[in-house]
Each structure stands twice: as C-alpha cells, then as structure tokens.
Write a protein that binds this ligand. Structure first.
Ligand SMILES: Nc1ncnc2c1ncn2[C@@H]1O[C@H](COP(=O)(O)OP(=O)(O)O)[C@@H](O)[C@H]1O
Ligand SMILES: [Mg+2]
Length: 343
C-alpha cells in the first residue's frame, strides 16, 4: 500500500506534537510505502496529475521514540502520477488554494482521499456549520457571517451582549479572533476596515461569546462519524483563545453526556459529506468549528488518556482502501460479464 501525505513543510514538523508524524510512523510500522508531497508541486503532465513526491527510504529498524524516528527518515524524490497512491491524506492547515481540489478531482475515483475532496470543499471554512440547521441554537452558537460592514455594525448595535467575538471566516490557529467588549466598540469602524477590505471578498464572523470559554475549549476527534477522543485546551494567562498555537495548554477531558449526544447527532452528516477524520472545537454544548484539513490532537489525547489513536486512523485507511479495491474488482467483473453477454 502506498500512502501519501500532503503537508506544509517536513522541516517544520515537531516530533511529539505532530499527529501526522504519528500516523506516518504507524504506516511505516505496517510496512507501507509512505511519501510526502507539497501542494505547490502538483503538476499535470499530458493530462495526468503528477507530483514531485518524496518517498521514505526503507529502514531496517524503526526507532522506538518519535524523535529518533523523525531524525532517521530520509527520502528519495520521484515524479509520480498521483493515481499510483492507494490513499492520500491532506494534512495542511487552511486556507488552502482551491486549485488543489481540482488537481485531486482527477484521481478521487481511484485514490482514497481523506478527507473526501468534495467534503473539504463544503467544509473548507467556518460556514460549514450553517449546514447543520440548528435554528434554536441547541449546539451552534448565535453566529452571523457577512461581508457588509453595515450589517455587522447594525447587528452589534442591536445586541445587548456584554461581549461578542469577531473572527475571520477562513482563519485557523486562533488568528484574528478577538473579543468585542460592549464599552469598547468605538474601534469597530477601524476593525471592520481591517477585517472586511474593499475587495468585497472578505467575510467576517460575529458570534456570541460562549459561556464557559474561560475554561478553554474541547478538541474532539471524530473518525468515520464516531467519537474517538477529546482533550481540553486552556488559554494561556491573559489570553482568550485556547488554540495550542496561541499558548493554550492541554488537559485531560471527560466528555459530558450531552456533548456525546451532539457528536452522535452530527456524526452521520460528517460521513455523508465525506468528512472522515475531523476535529470539532466545542465550548460546552456549542460547536465552534469543524476542522477538516489538518486536525491535530492525537499526540495530546494519546498522552493524556494513554491511547494510540493513530492506530485507529491507519485501521480506517486500510478499511477504506479495501472497500475501494473491492468496488473496483466488482466493476471489472461486471464489465467482463457484460462483454461476455454481448459476444
Ligand atoms: N464564540 C466564542 N466564544 C468564546 N471563545 C471563542 C469563540 N470563538 C472562538 N473562541 C476562542 O478562540 C479560539 C479559536 O476560535 P475558532 O473559532 O476555533 O477559530 P480557529 O480556526 O482560529 O481555531 C477558540 O478555541 C476559543 O478559545
Ligand atoms: Mg479552532
């Protein structure tokens, strides 16, 4: 089996923190061929999608620690047609150039892509949660999205909330997430000029400040529509964002019954949309966002709960690839029978 990982930068990987590296190590342990590739070297050569890929050189002994494993990895480069892969995992933080999805469209019938290209297209930014239809705000926070300064200003003026959240629609890692205090709204014009520029192509999210946010948020990992693990991220001192990138710290977390019910409720929709491996960000019973491109959390949950979640991910890849192989064999058989009947 040949598994490819579309990543941002191999050199920037931090062993011990990277979920992707844990998954890669598990694949190598299972004797799979593993390659990495970058979005900027996807190439079409005579109508066939290729990539300049870097394949992990076979290693006789796999070092037990993740640090040593990372250091030991060497690659050889080739120019390879992407349909040679059995599975491709997109492990690059958003925003991602939508052209990448068009490259992958050409191979998605042959290669298992996690997450599904059409699913990522749907869930490429924080608008995705609006497809959950929750008019009573049972599990979605009160959220407005707009590219109109007038609309956002009016909504803020009409609200009697003491605090609200303003954030970019396509942000990640906590970038640009700010709290708007009721008594400090003189800045709003300037802020909106920054978030919504003249191009008219930028949207901003205005959201209720969710109760309990000072205790941080919960990263919930969902695989094939089912809960597999969670941990709590507490914001650093003097910080409101709980993202690890903004200094958030990882703590053990036990999901509440109602959180589990919500995960179950949305699980089947995630699968129907081809979103097989995702990270939900939750505060209490509210879902903040669904991370579909490069959800982290495996290393923290493994450490805090003594689990090996990366194994479940690779089990799932195996399952999906087997499913695809079976489907292809069925198709070949049917075509053969059809031809025989015609003769
Ligand atoms: N509505 C909100 N109420 C309270 N805290 C919030 C809210 N929205 C975001 N945050 C805080 O900011 C962090 C980042 O927000 P999120 O919507 O997950 O965007 P990102 O994609 O940047 O991670 C959250 O994990 C949470 O700590
Ligand atoms: Mg988040």
């Amino acid at each position: 089996m040949h598994i490819g990982f579309i990543i941002a930068d191999w050199k920037a990987i931090e062993p011990g923190k990277s979920s992707t590296l844990e998954i890669i190590k598990e694949c190598i342990k299972r004797h799979y061929k593993v390659s990495i590739l970058y979005t900027n070297n996807l190439t079409v050569r005579n109508n066939i999608v290729h990539g300049f890929i870097e394949t992990v050189e076979p290693m006789k002994k796999i070092p037990p620690t993740i640090d040593a494993f990372y250091k030991k990895i060497t690659f050889h480069k080739t120019f390879t047609a992407l349909h040679a892969f059995d599975c491709l995992m997109l492990r690059k933080d958003p925003p991602i150039n939508p052209i990448v999805f068009n490259f992958l469209d050409a191979i998605k019938d042959e290669v298992v892509i996690i997450n599904d290209v059409d699913g990522i297209r749907k869930a490429n930014n924080k608008l995705y949660t609006t497809t959950f239809h929750d008019p009573e705000n049972l599990y979605l926070p009160l959220t407005h999205v707009s590219g109109s300064k007038k609309f956002i200003k009016k909504t803020i003026e009409e609200s009697d909330a003491q605090k609200m959240i303003l954030k970019p629609l396509d942000g990640s890692g906590g970038k640009g997430v700010i709290v708007l205090e009721k008594n400090a709204r003189d800045n709003i014009n300037s802020l909106l000029d920054f978030y919504i520029d003249k191009s008219g192509e930028k949207y901003v999210i205005l959201q209720e400040f969710i109760e309990g946010a000072d205790e941080g948020d919960v990263r919930v990992l969902m695989l094939n529509g089912k809960f597999i693990g969670a941990y709590n991220r507490k914001p650093a001192e003097g910080e409101m964002r709980a993202n690890i990138q903004t200094g958030g710290t990882a703590h053990k977390y036990v999901m509440t019954e109602s959180q589990m019910r919500i995960c179950k409720k949305i699980g089947s929709k995630l699968v129907a949309d081809g979103l097989f491996f995702v990270g939900l960000d939750m505060i209490g019973d509210k879902i903040l966002e669904v991370n579909v491109l490069n959800p982290g959390g495996i290393t923290n949950i493994n450490r805090l709960d003594n689990l090996k979640l990366h194994r479940l991910v690779v089990d799932f890849i195996e399952e999906k690839v087997a499913e695809k192989v079976e489907k292809r064999a069925e198709m070949t058989y049917l075509m053969k029978r059809l031809n025989e009947l015609r003769e």
